[in-house]
Design a protein around this ligand. Structure first.
Ligand SMILES: [Cu+2]
Length: 230
C-alpha cells in the first residue's frame, strides 16, 4: 500500500517554485464520467541544438551519447484534479547505467516509487544525489549489481555519478499521476482528466520553461496544447 499522506505534506521547495504546488482544481461539477485528455507536441529542436553545442564545447572530446530525443521534456499539471492523489499501487522503475550514461536521462515517477539503478557497464559507477527532495549515495558497484532508492517526496532529483562527471540524469517525483515524458517526436498526452482548467507546465533540463492554463470542457474530449521551447 502506498502512503496517502502525499497531499498533506507541504510541497518541497524547488527552483522555479511551480513544481511542488499541488492545488485542487474545481472539477466536481463536470458531466458525470466525462474525461478529457490534454495532448500535443513540445518542440525542442531549437534548445536541443543549443544544448548539444554547449555540451560539445564544454566536454572537449567526450563524445555526446545523447541525441536530442533522449533529453525529453516533462509535461505535467501544476494543478491536479480531485482524487489525483489516490495512487493505486507501489510502483517500480529503472534507471540503467549503460555506456557511461544514465538511461533514461529523464525519469518521471509518482511518490512511493522505488527506482532500481543497475550497472550494465564493465566499469564501476557510483550513483548519488545531493538533491533536497531525496539525497543518497549508492557507493561503487560493478556490472550486474543493482541498488534501489525509494522516493517519498515530490520534487526534482538530479542524479550524478561520483566517478564519471559527465554522467547526469533527472528524476521527477510527482504527488499525482498527471504527467508525461515526451516521446522521440516530442509528443505527450495526459489522460483521464475530469473537466476543468489546469495549469500545464513544461519542464526541460532542470527548469520549468513554460506554463499555460488549459481547459478540458464539460463534455471531456481531447484538447491540443503545443509548446515550443527556445
Ligand atoms: Cu559512472
Amino acid at each position: 500500500m502506498l502512503p496517502r499522506s502525499a497531499p498533506h505534506r507541504p510541497p518541497a521547495p524547488l527552483a522555479g517554485g511551480l513544481f511542488g504546488v499541488l492545488l485542487l482544481a474545481a472539477s466536481a461539477h463536470g458531466t458525470a464520467g466525462a474525461e478529457g485528455i490534454i495532448r500535443g507536441v513540445v518542440d525542442l529542436r531549437r534548445i536541443q541544438v543549443t544544448i548539444e553545442a554547449r555540451a560539445a564545447s564544454a566536454a572537449m572530446g567526450i563524445p555526446s551519447r545523447r541525441p536530442a530525443e533522449l533529453r525529453p521534456a516533462v509535461v505535467y499539471l501544476d494543478t491536479a484534479p480531485r482524487g489525483a492523489f489516490e495512487l493505486e499501487e507501489a510502483a517500480r522503475a529503472t534507471m540503467d547505467q549503460r555506456d557511461q550514461t544514465f538511461v533514461p536521462h529523464v525519469l518521471a515517477i509518482t511518490v512511493g516509487t522505488t527506482v532500481d539503478f543497475p550497472n550494465s557497464d564493465l566499469v564501476f559507477h557510483n550513483v548519488f544525489s545531493l538533491s533536497k527532495t531525496r539525497s543518497f549515495d549508492l557507493g561503487r558497484y560493478s556490472r550486474g549489481h543493482s541498488k534501489s532508492v525509494r522516493f517519498d517526496s515530490p520534487g526534482v532529483v538530479q542524479v550524478f555519478c561520483d566517478i564519471h562527471s559527465h554522467m547526469s540524469a533527472y528524476i521527477l517525483v510527482f504527488a499525482h499521476r498527471y504527467f508525461a515524458v515526451t516521446d522521440a517526436a516530442g509528443r505527450y498526452a495526459i489522460g483521464r482528466l475530469p473537466p476543468g482548467s489546469y495549469t500545464v507546465a513544461v519542464w526541460h533540463e532542470g527548469e520549468v520553461r513554460e506554463t499555460r492554463v488549459v481547459t478540458v470542457p464539460e463534455g471531456g474530449g481531447a484538447v491540443e496544447a503545443a509548446f515550443a521551447i527556445r
